[in-house]
Design a binder for this molecule. Sequence first.
Ligand code: ADP
Length: 191
Amino acid sequence: MVNFLIFGPPGSGKGTQSVKLAEKFNLVHLSTGDMLRAEIAAGTELGKKMSTIMAKGELVPDEVVIEMIAARIDKTKGSAGFLFDGFPRTVAQTIALEKMLNVRGMKIDSMLVLDVDHDELVNRLIMRAEQSGRPDDKDPAVIENRIDVYKSKTEPIINYCSQKGLYQPVNGMGTIDDIFVRLSDNMKKFV
Ligand code: ADP
C-alpha cells in the first residue's frame, strides 16, 4: 500500500486533482470535507453541529475527523493505497493518522503540497461558490479566515513531515491538466 497526503490551502485544487489521481493510481480517496458535507446533507446531529463551524471557516474538532477516517480506513479492498485530502489539518491529526496507519503496517509515503498564489486562491473560491453553493466560499471574510487557519494550524504539518523526508512541493498554478501531469509524475516515483 502506498499512502499519499494531498496538501495545500483552500482553493489550491486538492479536491479536483484527488478525484483524477485516485482513479489513475487506484487509490481510495478520503476527503474529510466531503464526509462532513455528506453529514450536513443527510441532516444528522453531527452535521448540524459541524455546519456552523464550517460556515465560519474554522476547523471542526480533531476527534470528529479522526473518528471519520478511522471508520473508513479498513475499507480498502483491492486498492493500491489511500489519498488523504483535507486531512490531516493539524499536527495532532497527523500524529493520529500515523498511529492508525502504523498499527496496520502502513505509513504516510509522501506529502504532495500544491503551491498557489494568494490572489489566485481567492479568485478560484469565489468562482467555485457560483457552482457549488458552498456557504464557506461565498463570503470573502470567511475565505480569508480559512486561509489564515490554514497558515496557523495546518501549515506546521509541512515542517513536521519535512523532517521525515515526505515533503514534495508541486506548482499548483496553471491548467487542471498541467497540474495533474505534475502531480502524476511526482507520484510515479512512489508507486
Ligand atoms: P477546502 O480545502 O476548500 O477548505 P474542505 O472541503 O477540505 O475545503 O473543508 C471544508 C471545511 O470542512 C473546512 O473549512 C473545515 O471547517 C472542515 N474540515 C474539513 N476537513 C477537516 C479536518 N481534517 N479538520 C478539521 N476541519 C475540517
